[in-house]
Design a protein around this ligand. Structure first.
Ligand code: 13P
Length: 247
């Protein structure tokens, strides 16, 4: 079996202007010799400029969301084709901030995944339970249900990753215990294998939610953790590199 190639992705969320490009450049400059694949997902306004700023380096760029349609009367939205045209090679889909804030369902996330594949983008598909769902003992049921519902069959054999981001750990400084992370990641892997057969063994399963240099070593070496999706700590090159070096 091919073991998953680790991926560390930084999600800048709605942060960053031209002045932030130097952070991406500092990350890119420090990547030589790193075995992990590393990506930064800046706001859509910065994708093209970031692509220019890190051209010729190993740093990958991604979008944070896309519309399922190629083009049309969808004011304010960005298509997968537009992200690819701007220089992105990945896209985050189904982030909990979009599921909760914009009512994105598993079916819509699956349609966006199809759009990403159509445009040649590698999707990072996010799943995760709320605190109430965890307290009710439903974390595994919710997360595996999201995996089944958000990942279309066409992903078989394609390069993609799943990011487990417990909603209650995002931006809070709280993280699950290592056994809690492992329990969910093992359940996600089992679901991927159930749905995709052998193809389900290769996609890395990223952990996201308050990852920082001080906890990265333990989290990144937990069972079935194949990388990280990092929010706040990806905004400063020094912090993000501290996480990358922990791999
Ligand atoms: P934080 O690392 O800021 O908790 O954010 C995690 C996240 O939502 C990444 O997509």
């Amino acid at each position: 079996m091919t073991s998953p190639t680790p991926l560390i992705a930084g999600n800048w969320k709605m942060n960053g202007t031209a002045a932030s490009l130097s952070e991406a450049q500092a990350v890119a400059a420090a990547l030589a010799g790193t075995s992990a694949r590393v990506a930064i997902c800046p706001p859509a306004t910065l994708v093209e400029r970031a692509a220019g700023a890190v051209k010729g380096t190993a740093l990958l760029l991604g979008g944070q969301d896309c519309r399922a349609e190629v083009s049309g009367a969808f004011t304010g939205d960005v298509s997968a084709e537009m992200l690819a045209d701007a220089g992105a090679s990945l896209v985050i889909l189904g982030h909990s901030e979009r599921r909760a804030g914009y009512g994105e369902t598993d079916a819509l996330v699956a349609a966006k995944v199809e759009a990403a594949l159509r445009a040649g983008l590698e999707p990072i598909i996010c799943v995760g339970e709320t605190l109430d769902e965890r307290k009710a003992g439903k974390a595994l049921e919710i997360v595996t249900g999201q995996v089944r519902g958000s990942l279309p069959a066409t992903l078989a054999g394609k390069t993609f990753s799943v990011a487990y981001e417990p909603v209650w750990a995002i931006g809070t400084g709280l993280t699950p215990t290592t056994p809690e992370i492992e329990e969910v990641h093992i359940a996600i892997r089992a679901t991927l294998v159930e749905v995709f057969g052998d193809h389900g063994k290769t996609p890395p399963i990223l952990y996201g939610g308050s990852v920082k240099p001080s906890n990265a070593d333990e989290i990144l070496h937990a069972a079935e953790v194949g990388g990280a999706l990092v929010g706040g700590a990806s905004l400063k090159a020094e912090d993000f590199l501290g996480i990358i070096k922990a791999l």
